[in-house]
Design a protein around this ligand. Structure first.
Ligand code: UDP
Ligand code: MG
Length: 139
């Protein structure tokens, strides 16, 4: 059954460049309701767990370094068809391939430092949301 929540992180590069406000504005204007949100920083253990599916990939050490080097904004978002519509809003992993007007086209630096995370399935949205938030932090 399709659910209507997804999970996002505004990654360290986006926070460093002062893009929190602009990205949240775009998310809100696209019809997503913020269910939970916080500024936080992942530990190395957090990032290794969150991205465990990629642990054999050559980019994994750099990914962990990148995702732990500074604060992120973590959020749970709600909308009809949230997972798929949010992936459309953020654009392709590599900003060079991302459609015009997408968050990654506008704000990402490279395939590695790509400004924003979006869950890729309802199952992962639930797992990732629960990784960052307790039930008391969700509205
Ligand atoms: N990544 C990278 N190099 C690659 C592919 C991915 O550094 O060749 C990083 C990038 O930050 C990406 C994250 O690893 O967002 C997770 O990769 P995934 O393929 O799941 O992309 P996403 O779902 O974020 O679009
Ligand atoms: Mg992914």
């Amino acid at each position: 059954m399709a659910t209507n929540r997804t999970f996002t992180m505004l990654k360290p590069d986006a926070v460093e460049k002062g893009h929190i406000g602009a990205i949240l504005e775009k998310i809100s204007a696209s019809g997503f309701r913020i269910v939970a949100m916080k500024l936080t920083q992942m530990t190395v253990a957090d990032a290794e767990t969150f991205y465990a599916i990629h642990k054999e990939r050559p980019f994994f050490p750099d990914l962990v370094q990148y995702m732990t080097r500074g604060p992120i904004v973590a959020a749970i978002l709600e909308k009809d068809n949230a997972v798929e519509d949010f992936r459309t809003l953020i654009g392709a992993t590599n900003p060079e391939d991302a459609a015009e007007g997408t968050i990654r086209k506008l704000y990402a630096e490279s395939i590695s430092e790509n400004a924003v995370h979006g869950s890729d399935s309802d199952e992962n949205a639930a797992i990732e949301g629960a990784f960052h938030f307790s039930g008391r932090e969700k509205f």
